[in-house]
Write a new protein. Structure first.
Length: 87
């Protein structure tokens, strides 16, 4: 099996903040990759810690913080020909 993981960042503004709009964006992402033979598996949340920036003499200092990203996971069969036993 091959796997592909790509970021999913939904965009919205005050006029289209509905769950339906976000779902349509994910649906479109799935359809685009399905056309290339990829099968959608799931949406994963990946958390990471962003290191602080010390700055010079305290200027430009930024504290560290946690952030998370949504990743869409896809899979498909390897391109190699599978050998199936014949009985």
């Amino acid at each position: 099996m091959e796997y592909k993981v790509i970021p999913f960042v939904a965009t919205a503004n005050q006029q289209n903040m509905s769950a339906k709009n976000i779902a349509e964006q994910l649906d479109n992402l799935i359809k685009v990759h399905a056309n290339d033979g990829w099968e959608y598996v799931r949406l994963e949340s990946v958390s990471t810690y962003i290191q602080p920036i010390d700055g010079c003499f305290g200027l430009g200092h930024k504290p560290g913080y946690m952030t998370s990203y949504q990743m869409a996971v896809f899979t498909k069969e390897d391109n190699e020909k599978r050998i199936t036993p014949s009985y």
